[in-house]
Ligand binder design. Structure first.
Ligand code: SPV
Ligand code: MN
Length: 615
C-alpha cells in the first residue's frame, strides 16, 4: 500500500493516535492502491477538483467551473431500507426505525468493504460540521474512494484539518468510511443489491458501501446528522432537519426562524422567501448560548432539488446555476456541453446523456416506465455564499438567535395556513404530530398521510419518547423560549380541489410570525392555538403582496375544521399510546383533544368560522 510521503506528514502533524488507527483500519479493510490525505490548503482542495475530472466521476460543462455527475440508474435517492442502526442486545428504536444486531451488521458490511478500494485511491479528508472555531463545531473525517464525494463535501462543508489540530489527540469526532464498491463501465456502483449504510452510534461512525448518491455516500450529510441527533440528545441540545432564515420585518428588523418540513412540503421555498435572507436550508444545530437559543447551519452549501428551478419561481438559484462558478449538477440531462432539467422554463432537447446513459424522448426502462430527461431527484451542489440572499451571519461562530420554530406538513383538509402554538410544550406536540400526504409523484397511494415527527422520522437515532423529552427540556433551558408555529401551504377547497392559498402567501405568514414574536399584533385564541386577526392579514397582504385579502379568503383559510382536527388527534393518540413518551407530552395531547371536544360541544358544528372564533 502506497501512502504518499506528504500524506503521511499530514497525518503525523495531527498527532492523533485515534485518527491514525482509523486510517490504518480503513486501509487494511479496503486495500486501496494509494492513500491521499487532504488538508485545508488550496493546493489540496484543487487536487480533489482535478481528481474528480481525471477519474471521470465529474465531467466539465461549457460554463466555467460547472461539472456534472451521474449516479447509477437505481441509486438516485436515499436507500431507507438498507440504512440501519447497529444496535446491541436489548436496544430497540420504535416507529419501525431500521436496525440490525451490531456484530452481525459489522460483519456484513466489513465483508462488502473488504478489498473494495483495490486499484483505487483512498481519500482522507477533514471537515467541520457547523462553523469552525465555534461552540457548534463538530469535527469529522471522511474516508472515501469517490472523488465526487470528496469534492461535493468541499462545496457543502467547512474545512476541518485545523480543527483536528486543535483536538490535541482527542477522539471527539465523527468518522465515515465510504466506498462506491466495484464500478460498471459507466463508473457507477455495480453491486446495488449489496448497498448498505450502517450507523454505529457506539463509535460515532458510519460505514457506507456500494452507492454514490449523496444522501447515501456523503458522510457529513444525513449520516452525520443521525449521529448528531443522538449526541444532541445525550448533551441537551438539538440537531434538526431545519432551515434557518431571517425575516426582514419593519424598519430593517431581522428575526431568525428555524423550520422543519418533510420533503416536498415547502422547506427550501420557505427558507428562500423573496425579501428574507437564508442561513441554511437543510440541517441545523441548536444550542443555548448566553441564555439564548442559537442556531447554526451545519453546512456551508446546498444540495438542492433542481426540478422546477426557473427564472420565474426561483430567480436567485437559477442565476447561480447559469453563471460561472464551481458547482456540480447531478442526474440532469446533458446535451452539447449544456445541462437541462425539468421545469427549467426552457425547451429541453429530445436527446442527450442522462442517468440512464444515451437518452432520447420516449425512452423506457425495463419495466416500461418512461425515463424522464432529468431525474425527479436531480440536484445541484452550490455554496451558500453564491446566493444573493445569503444572510450576512451564515457563518457566525456564535450562531444566530432563534425567535421562532416553524413546523409544516402537507395537509389538504385540516390544518390552518398558520397557527401560533399556545406555548413550548404545545409546540412540541404540533411538531411531533406532523403529518404529510403522499403526492402523485411519490410511490404508493396519493393522499395517504404519513406521520413524521419534527420531519425527522428518517433520521431519528433514538426512541421517539427520548427525542421528545429532549425537545421539552430544551425549550425551558433559556431565558427566552422561542415561539412555535405550525404552517400548512396545501389546504384545498373541498369541492373544486383548488389550493386555498397562493404559493407566495407564506411570505405573509412569516411576517405575521415576526409581528407575533415582537408583540406587535394581537391574535385570536382557538383550541389549536393563536390565529391571525382578519384586519392584520388585510394589512400584511396589502403591504407585502399588494393584494386585497377578502373576508372570504380568511373565512375559508382559517375555518376551524373541528371534525378533521378531532380525527387527526385521534390518529396521533393511537400512535403515541403504543409508545413510551413523557407524561408531559401525553398530557399535552390529552389537553389538545379536550379543547377540541369542548369546542365541538360549544359550536356543535363540523367547521367553525374564524369570525365566530374571534367573538
Ligand atoms: C433530503 O432528502 O432531505 C435531502 C437530500 O436533503 S438527501 O441528501 O438525500 O438527504
Ligand atoms: Mn434534507
Amino acid at each position: 500500500m502506497n501512502i504518499k510521503e506528504k500524506s503521511r506528514e499530514k497525518l503525523e502533524r495531527l498527532n492523533n493516535e485515534h485518527v491514525n488507527e482509523i486510517v490504518e483500519m480503513a486501509v487494511e479493510l479496503c486495500q486501496p492502491e494509494e492513500v491521499t490525505v487532504i488538508s485545508d490548503s488550496e493546493e489540496d482542495v484543487e487536487y480533489i477538483r482535478q481528481l474528480a475530472l481525471e477519474t471521470g466521476e465529474e465531467k466539465p460543462l461549457d460554463m466555467e467551473g460547472h461539472t456534472y455527475h451521474f449516479d447509477g440508474y437505481n441509486d438516485q435517492a436515499r436507500d431507507k431500507e438498507n440504512t440501519k442502526y447497529l444496535l446491541t442486545g436489548d436496544e430497540d428504536f420504535d416507529l419501525d426505525i431500521n436496525s440490525i444486531e451490531r456484530n452481525e451488521g459489522l460483519e456484513e458490511i466489513f465483508s462488502y468493504l473488504a478489498g473494495s478500494m483495490q486499484g483505487k485511491e483512498m481519500i482522507v479528508r477533514f471537515f467541520s460540521l457547523g462553523p469552525s472555531d465555534s461552540p457548534f463545531t463538530q469535527p469529522a473525517i471522511q474516508i472515501t474512494d469517490s472523488s465526487y464525494v470528496a469534492h461535493s463535501e468541499d462545496i457543502l462543508y467547512r474545512p476541518g484539518y485545523d480543527e483536528f489540530m486543535k483536538l490535541e489527540g482527542s477522539d471527539d469526532f465523527f468518522y465515515f468510511i465510504h466506498s462506491a464498491g466495484e464500478l460498471d463501465e459507466r463508473g457507477n456502483s455495480k453491486n446495488i443489491d449489496k448497498r448498505r449504510i450502517y450507523i454505529d452510534l457506539q463509535e460515532d461512525r458510519v460505514f457506507s458501501v456500494n452507492n454514490q448518491y449523496a444522501g447515501n455516500s456523503i458522510g457529513l450529510k444525513k449520516l452525520a446528522f443521525r449521529l448528531a441527533i443522538k449526541k444532541a440528545s445525550n448533551e441537551g441540545w438539538l440537531a434538526e432537519h431545519m432551515f434557518v432564515s431571517a425575516v426582514n420585518g419593519p424598519e430593517d428588523r431581522k428575526t431568525y426562524f428555524t423550520g422543519a418540513f418533510p420533503s416536498a412540503c415547502g422547506k427550501t421555498s420557505t427558507a428562500m422567501i423573496p425579501g428574507n435572507t437564508v442561513v441554511g436550508d437543510d440541517i441545523a444545530y441548536l444550542k443555548i448560548l448566553d441564555d439564548e437559543v442559537r442556531a447554526a447551519n451545519v453546512e456551508r452549501g446546498i444540495f438542492g432539488i433542481i426540478r422546477d428551478v426557473n427564472p420565474e419561481d426561483d430567480p436567485i438559484i437559477y442565476k447561480v446555476l447559469t453563471t460561472p462558478r464551481e458547482l456540480i449538477f447531478s442526474n440532469v440531462l446533458i446535451n452539447d456541453g449544456q445541462p437541462y432539467w425539468m421545469g427549467m422554463g426552457q425547451e429541453i432537447p429530445d436527446e442527450g446523456i442522462n442517468y440512464s446513459g444515451e437518452w432520447y424522448k420516449g425512452k423506457t426502462d425495463e419495466q416500461g416506465n418512461e425515463i424522464t430527461p432529468s431525474h425527479k431527484n436531480a440536484r445541484y451542489t452550490i455554496r451558500m455564499s453564491d446566493l444573493d440572499n445569503c444572510d450576512a451571519r451564515y457563518n457566525d461562530p456564535e450562531g444566530v438567535p432563534v425567535e421562532g420554530f416553524v413546523y409544516g406538513g402537507r395537509d389538504s383538509d385540516t390544518s390552518m395556513p398558520v397557527v401560533e402554538t399556545l406555548d413550548w410544550s404545545h409546540g412540541v406536540l404540533v411538531g411531533a404530530c406532523l403529518e404529510s400526504e403522499t403526492t402523485a409523484a411519490t410511490l404508493g397511494e396519493a393522499g395517504k398521510r404519513t406521520h413524521n415527527p419534527m420531519a425527522n422520522l428518517d433520521f431519528l437515532a433514538l426512541p421517539v419518547g427520548e427525542y421528545i423529552q429532549n425537545h421539552l427540556d430544551f425549550g425551558t433551558g433559556s431565558a427566552q423560549t422561542p415561539s412555535v408555529f405550525g404552517v400548512n401551504y396545501f389546504l384545498k377547497d373541498e369541492e373544486t380541489g383548488e389550493y386555498l392559498n397562493a404559493i407566495l402567501d407564506k411570505k405573509v405568514w412569516m411576517q405575521w410570525m415576526d409581528r407575533r414574536v415582537h408583540g406587535d399584533m394581537e391574535a385570536i385564541e382557538t383550541p389549536v392555538g393563536y390565529i391571525p386577526r382578519y384586519e392584520d392579514l388585510v394589512e400584511l397582504f396589502a403591504e407585502y403582496m399588494d393584494k386585497d385579502y377578502t373576508r372570504k379568503d380568511y373565512e375559508e383559510q382559517f375555518a376551524l375544521r373541528l371534525d378533521k382536527y378531532i380525527a387527526k388527534y385521534e390518529r396521533m393518540a393511537e400512535i403515541y399510546e403504543e409508545l413510551t413518551v413523557p407524561e408531559e407530552f401525553s398530557q399535552e395531547l390529552k389537553k389538545q383533544q379536550q379543547r377540541l371536544q369542548k369546542a365541538k360541544e360549544e359550536y356543535n358544528n363540523a367547521v367553525v368560522s374564524p369570525f365566530e372564533l374571534a367573538k
